[in-house]
Design a protein around this ligand. Structure first.
Ligand SMILES: [Zn+2]
Length: 484
């Protein structure tokens, strides 16, 4: 990551690039900059450049006889989430430029910035500078090493907190971008161990033998057919000042072929990211522990590969879960809810104040809400409100869906306690109702179906090219709010 710091002043010399945000194509604002800092330049040429290009104008100036360079970068304040998007584009545009120092001014576009203005810019830049190019022989040009946010606020705390938060975001992004031939249940477990273990955080990994001893029947059934056996990764962050206990559960299907109910090739392509929920739980606990948030957090990450072999589980099978509940299999591609069911029943045993699960669970959620929203299911108003406002402020948005009681009967079967698949309609809801069947009804619970927003997309500048790590900033913000 670039080294970010804050500075009260700009420096106009040869080695420095001074960036100014301005409202789209408003020529008066760039002129204000020249006047305020007593810079010598040809205003007419500046005017032509702004009206020609208008988005990003690199412009030479003189300051007390010294040459320097300005970059005017336009921002469209009528758009939602514009600061993060602008910052993301901006950091990409300076990639490869040879300046030693960069100074970023929100002036003249934003006359009265707050600390959160700078926090959003920082987040946008950290999101935008993310790359996953370890398998490319030739790398992109090197980026500048240092960037100063010009502000009269003391931003050091914001910068250090955001940097630690983004180590968690980037961990989650790395995990979901890593191809499935590298990230297996076993290597996933060691990545989590290597990154998360610290003074207040322990990581325990249940291998296939331990899973069998402890009767995690659904995790074992799904993971059975793979040459890479399943794992259950348990992270435990226990700070001294914990005010509440939360269990976070994440779906960790490191690859989903669909099993015997096999997918088509296009449907398989993104399936390395079917562990994004588990990756984001790991990233969120990382960020919470590094920033010492006062919550005891237990992360449960069931990690499996859903593959095909002679010992695959089959449509029509009846399986027995961790606490003895039985499930009739309608479709082996509805595997995520099975491994989550075992993990949720295990979660109940910790008697937490909340259970929250994140899962790339259904195509139905993606079809309905697209890339910007996860589908949120909960009967608990405090969880719903807290995550709704955390979503709006991080732009990791959630949209609440109903846990319609009547639809529960769509999962009825004569053969077992519940079926793992309902009819085609209301697919995201029946998946959530399936999970709810395994959660202790006395414990407030929330399910986020993140099938859409975990995957790379062209809607947000910073989500182009790479899977997104959705959920880390959302959970962190919800915890940080102190409402839970
Ligand atoms: Zn599946």
């Amino acid at each position: 990551m670039i080294n970010y710091s804050s500075s009260e002043l700009n420096v106009f010399d040869k080695k420095s690039l001074n960036i100014f945000l301005f409202n789209k194509k408003n020529l008066n604002e760039p002129e204000e900059v020249l006047t305020k800092f007593e810079l010598e330049a040809d205003k007419e040429i500046l005017g032509e450049m702004i009206s020609d290009d208008g988005e990003a104008v690199l412009f030479p100036v003189k300051s007390g006889g010294n040459s320097s360079t300005l970059l005017f970068f336009s921002v469209d304040q009528s758009k939602q989430n514009e600061l993060r998007n602008t910052a993301s584009k901006l950091i990409k545009s300076v990639r490869g430029k040879k300046f030693e120092n960069i100074y970023l001014n929100v002036f003249p576009a934003l006359k009265n910035p707050s600390v959160s203005t700078f926090r959003e810019l920082l987040e946008g830049m950290m999101l935008g500078e993310y790359k996953f190019d370890k398998y490319k022989s030739s790398k992109d040009e090197e980026k500048p090493k240092k960037l100063n946010l010009v502000s009269s606020f003391d931003l050091e705390n914001v910068i250090s907190e955001t940097t630690l938060l983004f180590n968690g975001v980037n961990l989650s992004r790395d995990l979901s971008n890593e191809p499935a031939n590298v990230l297996t249940p076993e290597t996933f477990a060691s990545e989590v161990k290597n990154n998360l273990e610290n003074e207040y955080t322990s990581v325990e990994v249940f291998d296939e033998k331990m899973l069998e001893e402890k009767n995690f029947g659904l995790i074992l059934a799904v993971g059975n057919a793979s040459a890479n056996p399943p794992r259950l990764i348990k992270i435990h962050y226990k700070p001294e000042n914990a005010i509440k206990k939360i269990v976070l559960v994440g779906k960790g299907v490191t690859y989903d072929s669909g099993g015997l109910s096999i997918k088509t090739t296009p449907g398989m392509f993104e399936m390395k990211a079917d562990m994004a929920g588990a990756g984001s739980v790991a990233g969120a606990i990382y960020a919470a522990s590094k920033n010492k948030l006062p919550y005891e957090i237990i992360g449960l990450l069931p990690a499996v590969e859903n593959m095909l072999a002679g010992n695959s589980y089959k449509p029509g099978d009846v399986l027995t879960g961790y606490k003895g509940k039985t499930v009739e299999i309608g479709d082996t591609d509805a595997e995520g809810r099975l491994i989550l069911a075992d993990a949720l029943e295990y979660a109940n045993e910790f008697k937490p104040d909340y259970i929250i699960d994140l899962a790339t669970l259904t195509g139905a959620a993606f079809i309905s809400l697209g890339f910007l929203y996860s589908a949120m299911f909960t009967d608990n108003e405090l969880l719903a409100d807290t995550f709704d406002s955390a979503g709006k402020s991080t732009y990791e948005l959630v949209w609440q869906q109903p846990l319609t009681k009547e639809y529960k009967s769509l999962l009825d079967t004569k053969m077992a306690d519940i079926a793992n698949l309902g009819p085609r309609h209301s697919g995201a809801i029946t998946a959530a109702l399936f999970l709810q069947h395994f959660v202790d009804e006395k414990i407030p619970w929330m399910h986020l179906d993140i099938a859409g927003p975990s995957i790379k997309n062209d809607i947000l500048d910073y989500n182009k090219n790479y899977n997104t790590g959705y959920g880390v900033r959302l959970i962190y913000k919800a915890l940080k709010s102190g409402k839970l």
